[in-house]
Structures are given as C-alpha cells and as structure tokens.
Ligand binder design. Sequence first.
Ligand code: SF4
Ligand code: SF4
Length: 445
Amino acid sequence: MQTHFTADQLADPKIREADDILRKCVHCGFCTATCPTFVITGDERDSPRGRIWMMRELLESPDSISADTGHHIDRCLGCLSCMTTCPSGVDYAHLVEIGREKLDELVPRPLGDRLLRRLLAATIPHAARFHALLWLARVGRPFVPFMPAQMRAALAKLPTRIPPLDPVGANTHSYPPTQQINSDSNNKSKLQASHNKIRRVALLAGCAQRALDPEINASTIRVLNRLGIEVVVRSEAHCCGALAHHIGETEAADKSVRQALRAWQDEIKNGGLDAIVVNASGCGTMVKDYGHLLKDDRELGHLATQISAMTMDISQLLAEIGINSIIEPAPDGGRPELAYHSACSLQHGQKIHDLPQQLLRSAGFTVTQPVNPHLCCGSAGVYNILQPHMADGLRTRKLDSLRKTGAIAVAAGNIGCISQLDEDALPVRHTVQFIDWASGGPSPL
Ligand code: SF4
Ligand code: SF4
C-alpha cells in the first residue's frame, strides 16, 4: 500500500512503525474471508483490509476521518485471524494498537463509554475486586432494568455461578514438587524423577481467571509438581496488563507490566527461573509482546525482552517436558471425546494450535474440532461487554459448531473463551484440567 506521510509525521516513531506495516499490505483481501466481523456483517469496513485503509487515513490525514471510522475499528476483536491468513506478513496487531491510540486522541469517547472502560480497568485486573463485583452484580440484578443500556449489557455478561476466589496468587508462594494441593491430597507417589532441564518456573496466576475459575491454577500446579517442577507465584505479578492495554487504559496497563517484570526479575536473581508459564492464552500473548511494548524503555526494555523470550504457554511447556510419565491408565471404556476450541490468542497470537490437541490425545482423550476453528467465539477480553451484539452472534455460531461435534465437553486454553462458551449441556474446561484428570487429579466435569 502506498503511503504519503510527511517528514514531520515520520519523525514520530509510532507513525514510522505504522508506515512500515502499512507498506507491506498489498490489498489482496485474502484476510477478509477469515475475519469474524466481516463474516458476520459482509461490510468491507468490518474487514482487516478495510480497517487497514481507514487506519492509514486516520494516521495520514487526521482531519479527514469519518464518523464511522471509530465504530468499525472498535468492532475489531483483535483476534489476529487476519495475521494468520496474510501472505505478506502484515503486522496488524501493532498497527491496530497505534490506530486505536490515535483515534482516542482525535475523537474523545462519549462519557458513558469512558466511565465503563475506566470501571473495567479498575476492577477486572484485580481478582478480589472483580470477585466482589460479581457478587454485587448478582445481588443487584433486580435493579438492572433501571440502569443505562450499556451497563445492562455489561452486567448480562457476568456469570451467575460464582466460585470461591482462587487463593493462588493472593500471596507470593512457592509450590515445590513434593507438595500436592487441594483435592489432590489422596494422590500418592505422583512425583516423577524428572530429568528435564526445566526445574523451576514462575506461574502468572492471572486476574479475572482467579475470580472466575480457581481450578485452572490448581490443576496447573498439580501437573507441574507431578513432573518434578517447582512453581513459584508472585503476588505482584497479578495481572499481565492486557485488558487495560486493549481498551486504551495505558497507565493502568503500564503499571501492571512493570510490576510483573520487577517481580520476575527478583525471582530470576534469587532462585533462578527456567520459564514464565502462562495458562490464559490472552495473557500469554501479552507477556510474549512485552519486549516489543517496552522496546524503547531504557530501564526495563532489556528485561522485557528477556521475559518475553522465557514465556511459554502451559501447553508448550508440557509438550517440551512430555507428559507420558504421569498419565494413568484410562478407565474401562476409555476417556471421553472432547472438542477442542482453539482460542484466537493461542492459535493466531502465539501460533499454537495442534500442540494442546496432541497433549490431550497423548493423555488418552479423543479430540475433534468444530468447523471453522479459526473463527473467534466473541469473547476477546472485554469485547463481549463492549460489543455485546457482535459477540453474541459469534458465540452462537461457535456453540452451534461445537455442539455438532457430538463431544461431551470442550477443552480450551483461555479463560475468556471458557466463560463465553461454557454451558451446562456442553461444559468448557481448560486443557490443563483434562491433563490433570488423566494424571490422577479430580474430574473437571
Ligand atoms: S491479506 Fe495481508 S496483504 Fe492482503 S489485504 Fe489482508 S493484510 Fe493486506
Ligand atoms: S483482528 Fe480479527 S476482527 Fe480484527 S480485523 Fe483481524 S481478523 Fe478481523
């Protein structure tokens, strides 16, 4: 794509970066067919190619942006399916970040939208606050009809089943390989004589995940402990910053990123770390991008690159170590058939798609895939709160395709997708919970 930035504009490093990205786009349109919002609306302005065109306009000629620009860019899920499809290697992820930042500068959001974003950034990244909000929302349901429409839509997305708050991550704690936690207390002699080079990892306990499903961290720690790995959790690294970053709350995001980096730096200095392990793929994509995010930061830029390079999704880590040594014999009749839902942040953001399925198969499960596995379920961080209509349409399509697999449950690697899709008739659980089950942990179903 041709661009016509002035020399003054190109003096801004962000515009220079955007210019490099824009020039790679040859406008072929291959990405449109795999873009979930284009699939729903059929409108070119809801496609990656259309959005790239609009972002070039808003960055090059800010005066000429139309009222529709923000609407269509806001409707982008950030799923990055377009990046998987693009033959020219267009870095849409970083372009849309620059575009959104510029848009927020040029067109201030309505007050209600700003307040909602501020509220989301002030609650969801803090597990205890988010957990309290879930309870408040439950108690306050009778008053919902009297609330503004956007608030009503947001509350409708909050789950009604509220588990206890996950204790993992509340305090800094180390889980050595000999220590089994929670419901695994009956599980004897699970510690394996592991000879792998990974001995000690830091687990990002997460924020929303701790309020929504405490079993994911418990399963992760049990499985890693069985493999002979010590797991350390730092309370300061309580949030990766992704949620705030993606809704333009940059100050809050920056604070979370720096806190996590410093905490892990401490661990590297004190006990040494072989990896940072993340079990929510939306967070993993963010931590793997810290190096890029802080590339010009003199103080933490180098550390951010180091941390990004050390970060692994739990499926990557388990595949590298191998899980065969801990898998127990399947019960009579075998293990159930699962459908695998490939979270966008895992398959497009981190290019991990087959690995979790291979792990589940080697744990004895039969694994099927829904049609159109590349399409987003509509969760996308807080997209389902900010864009409920589009998110509902995508959820319905995804649920239809998952039900048609005939599986009895769904495995996924991201808490956002799990909350978006989970229903009584077809439970959705984290991949690591099924591996935990097959290696002696509790049934997640
Ligand atoms: S597939 Fe890539 S090069 Fe083609 S229009 Fe989309 S972003 Fe541009
Ligand atoms: S990130 Fe997803 S929703 Fe946004 S343009 Fe790309 S494919 Fe479409």
